[in-house]
Design a protein around this ligand. Structure first.
Ligand code: IPD
Ligand code: CA
Ligand code: CA
Ligand code: CA
Length: 270
């Protein structure tokens, strides 16, 4: 079985693990601040992904939000970038609206992207240059809907900060309306389905965005940082993703404002 099909089976297995595990008691801790939560289920799911990948492909490397691959500082060979639960706050507070996200890269080039909406049991998947799908159904190419006719998704906590609100507010005001679903991976999935036209984040990590960037890229959506530069695989970045028209409109707002770079590093994880 190739890496793509193995990945699809693995992410569904990990989703079933979460569904069962969450019916039993689990511990909730905080990380960088009291609102940055992690549970036993995040850690155990990352361990399951790590163990299974290495059992099958001993020479692959894994970077995960909950600590695996912290020492990885080059992109040689096969690298799996995994977020065992994207939307931990939703997982803890709502018991739904969270996903597993995986991006696989070979020598730094995209290979496949996978997002599993665990409670809906929907698998979003794409092998680079082979189209994108939800379960067995092909997803439609991006349509160039402009900002003033679009729903856009954001992380409100960061955008409400004094330092950043002004350029973001201008964009939000021009949109049809704004949504915040609490899982960047599921917001990429909504972009892939055409339910929103863009998403804007001041700070995300590769495990939040790589799966989604590969899937939506297959459909013609464009993703860069706020200054239009390509996203990194080994460090955090701002993320603007959308159809090419709206992406261009949003990037235009940031082109004269280089100050946001300074704030990016100061942001806590939320
Ligand atoms: C978070 C979610 C959320 C985003 C945060 C991320 P996590 O990931 O993707 O939508 O706004 O910045 O940290 O911590 O739940 O895996
Ligand atoms: Ca987290
Ligand atoms: Ca995440
Ligand atoms: Ca996570």
């Amino acid at each position: 079985m190739d890496i793509y099909n193995f990945g699809k089976e693995l992410i569904v297995e990990a989703g079933k693990f979460i569904e069962t595990r969450m019916t039993h008691e689990f511990q909730v801790d905080s990380k960088s601040n009291p609102n940055d939560l992690v549970t036993d289920v995040d850690k155990e799911t990352e361990q399951l992904l790590y163990t299974r990948i290495l059992e099958r492909f001993p020479d692959h490397r894994i970077i995960g939000e909950e600590g695996h691959g912290e020492d990885i500082n080059d992109t040689k060979g096969v690298i799996w970038i995994v977020d065992p639960i994207d939307g931990t706050l939703n997982f803890v507070h709502q018991g739904e609206n969270f996903a597993i996200s995986i991006g696989v890269f070979i020598d730094g080039e995209p290979y496949c992207g996978l997002i599993y909406d665990c409670m809906k049991r929907d698998l979003y998947h794409a092998k680079y240059r082979n189209g994108a799908f939800v379960n067995e159904q092909a997803l439609k190419p991006a349509e160039n809907i402009p900002l003033n006719q679009s729903l856009i998704a954001i992380n409100p906590k960061r955008i409400l900060s004094d330092a950043t609100r002004s350029p973001f507010f201008e964009i939000m005001a021009k949109s049809r309306s704004v949504r915040s679903y609490g899982s960047a991976a599921l917001e990429f999935a909504m972009l892939a389905k055409g339910q929103i036209s863009a998403l804007m984040f001041l700070k995300l990590y590769p495990w939040d965005y790589t799966g989604g960037v590969i899937i939506t890229g297959e459909l013609g959506y464009k993703t860069t940082d706020i200054y239009g530069d390509e996203l990194p695989l080994l460090s955090s970045a701002s993320v603007i993703s959308g159809n090419p028209k709206i992406h261009g409109e949003i990037i235009e707002h940031f082109k004269d404002d280089k100050t946001l770079h300074e704030f990016h590093d100061a942001f806590h994880d939320l």
